[in-house]
Design a binder for this molecule. Structure first.
Ligand code: CP
Length: 303
């Protein structure tokens, strides 16, 4: 493994090994924080974020530090990108400083793949445009497996702005590789039919109640207003048709897990009542983000 660019090209055995290793890093009963190890002592990680992030950037940094790895975080606004430096020149400059890996988020789909072809340094994709967000899918799988024995046979409804979601794409790939049944749901302008071809058996519906019916997991997605140029639906209507409320949970499996990659918009795609309910895994996902990223960094940096 050189870096981690997406879930699509990973095999099931590799994904399972990352999920199993992440479980070793989880905070166990009675623990107050993640273990401090020195397995990556002497290594340096650059976190390069061209788009905003709270969870991914912070958790990569904490994960690296818990393993003894030095980290440097750079945002586009604080770098010479704001002075017109190109992406290739920026990455080549950082690579010349000899970090051991670069974690990168970029608005352009395929940006990390392009750079990986030009640089002899592992690149970890922390979200590229509308394409993939592999560590999010891994931490989502870890979160489900903390509560369910297997992903196989689970009905997972992914609801919201599917069109602009790299989280949805990575989860479709991962869940399908493990034989879960994926249902995609959203308003028609945000639900591209071609996504049904990403993996066998993926179902699309614009009816939120149909999607949630007998669901074992409901993953809600934010409407990515920053990527939408024309209003896809009348303002104020979204929550009425696609906002998750307590009444919906009665349609699902009684033990349903409610997930959301964050950031959540209360009252737009999810009610506070559901976000703060016992079914909500939202903060468990955030916590697992550190364990999963420790497992990914260990794998990449110990090569
Ligand atoms: N889930 C996620 O990618 O969150 P951030 O944008 O805060 O990193």
């Amino acid at each position: 493994m050189s870096g981690l660019l997406g879930i699509e090209d990973l095999d099931r055995g590799f994904i399972q090994s990352i999920l199993d290793r992440a479980a070793d890093f989880q905070v166990k009963d009675g623990g107050s924080t993640f273990q401090k190890l020195n397995t990556l002592q002497g290594k340096t990680l650059v976190n390069l974020f061209f788009e905003a992030s709270t969870r991914t950037r912070t958790s990569f940094e904490i994960a690296a530090k818990r393993l003894g790895c030095d980290t440097i975080s750079i945002t586009a606004s604080g770098s010479s990108v704001s002075k017109g430096e190109s992406l290739v020149d920026t990455l080549a400059t950082l690579a010349a400083m000899r970090p051991n890996a670069i974690v990168m988020r970029h608005a352009a789909s395929g940006a990390p793949h392009f750079l990986q072809r030009h640089l002899n340094i592992p690149i970890v994709n922390a979200g590229d445009g509308l394409h993939e967000h592999p560590t999010q899918a891994l931490l989502d799988a870890r979160t489900i497996l903390d509560r369910r024995r297997s992903l196989s046979g689970l009905r997972v409804a992914i609801i919201g702005d599917i069109a602009h979601s790299r989280v949805a794409r990575s989860n479709i790939h991962l869940l399908s590789k493990f034989d879960a049944h994926v249902v995609l749901c959203g308003p028609a302008p945000l639900l591209p039919p071609e996504l049904a071809r990403l993996a066998p058996g993926v179902i699309l519906t614009t009816d939120m109640r149909e999607a949630i019916q007998r669901a074992d997991v409901v993953m809600m997605l934010r409407v990515q207003l920053e990527r939408i140029t024309e209003a896809a639906f009348p303002a104020g209507e979204y929550f009425k048709f696609y906002g998750l409320r307590a009444e919906h949970l009665h349609l699902a499996n009684p033990e349903v897990l409610v997930m959301h990659p964050g950031p959540i918009n209360r009252g737009r795609e999810i009610s506070s009542e559901v976000a703060d309910s016992k079914a909500s895994m939202i903060l468990n996902q955030v916590e697992n983000g550190i364990a999963v990223r420790m497992a990914v960094l260990e794998r990449i940096l110990q090569q």
